[in-house]
Design a protein around this ligand. Structure first.
Ligand SMILES: [Zn+2]
Length: 265
């Protein structure tokens, strides 16, 4: 099992980066929402919002080895081991992946329902166009709060490090995919959406209409929103307005400071 952890860790970054690159190219070649054509090719393919998203991602890349990974590893080393035999090995892994996806559904939902958490999560939603780089756009405060939350989840639910790492890879692949602007054949996307979250589902979550923003919370599997009655009936349209109702995106420094500012939410 330890060897498997090492193999996944060694290939994780490369695999995720290749997937990001693949979607980034594909969504510019076959976009659903039209690309904003202001300025030259650089502005078309790397507009300011993409640079902002990558900037926020870099903050989190620095935090990851310093705080997030050590916290998670510490939690995994302190699990109490209450699991019965039948919930270990591959059955345990499948159980963990479904459990973690359910828990992340609720964590995401809390990020919308609790004003304190929304202060940080709002930064992700302020992106006024979507593409695969939107999946990298998270305020470092949200990343730290999630890491803190994960410590409790790992200890309480007795989750092994291998399950966390495999789920993390699936989570990254899934979020890069469902934020992307890739045009998929309708029937293919419809079939996929029966099981997993597709861009057509997740884009509704980024619709600049509060009722839709507070729906479609799923991350990997699409059934949680049906089970917990948070599925929006809105259908994605090509020129749907993206963002937070009544708010505008901010410059990079403003985005970093915004959660700490005193204001009425
Ligand atoms: Zn959200």
């Amino acid at each position: 099992m330890e060897n498997l952890v090492e193999v996944i860790l060694a290939y994780k970054a490369g695999l995720v980066f290749l997937w990001l690159l693949f979607l980034f190219v594909l969504e510019r070649a076959f976009p659903v929402a039209p690309l904003i054509n202001s300025g030259g090719w650089f502005e078309k393919y790397f507009p300011i919002r993409v640079r902002r998203n990558i900037g926020l991602w870099f903050c989190n890349l620095i935090l990851s080895p310093l705080v997030v990974i050590p916290m998670t590893a510490w939690a995994a080393a302190h699990i109490v081991g209450w699991r019965p035999e039948f919930l270990s090995g591959s059955a345990g892994l499948i159980f963990d992946l479904i459990l973690l996806d359910c828990l992340i559904y609720w964590w995401h939902r809390l990020n919308h329902e609790l004003p304190f958490l929304w202060r940080f999560h709002e930064i992700h939603h302020l992106d006024m166009n979507l593409d695969t780089t939107s999946a990298l756009r998270f305020h470092f405060g949200e990343v730290l709060l999630s890491a803190f939350m994960r410590v409790f989840v790992v200890i309480i639910f007795d989750i092994t490090l291998i399950s966390i790492i495999i789920f993390e890879v699936i989570l990254l692949i899934s979020t890069l995919f469902h934020h992307s602007n890739v045009r998929l054949p309708d029937q293919f996307e419809k079939a996929l959406s029966l099981v997993i979250i597709t861009p057509a589902i997740h884009w509704i979550h980024h619709h600049a209409l509060r009722n839709d923003t507070d729906s479609n919370y799923g991350t990997v599997f699409s059934f949680w929103d049906k089970i917990f009655r948070s599925k929006s009936s809105t259908q994605r349209v090509r020129k749907m307005q993206i963002g937070v109702e009544g708010a505008q995106d901010k410059i990079f420094a403003e985005l970093l400071k915004r959660p700490f500012k005193k204001r009425n939410l």
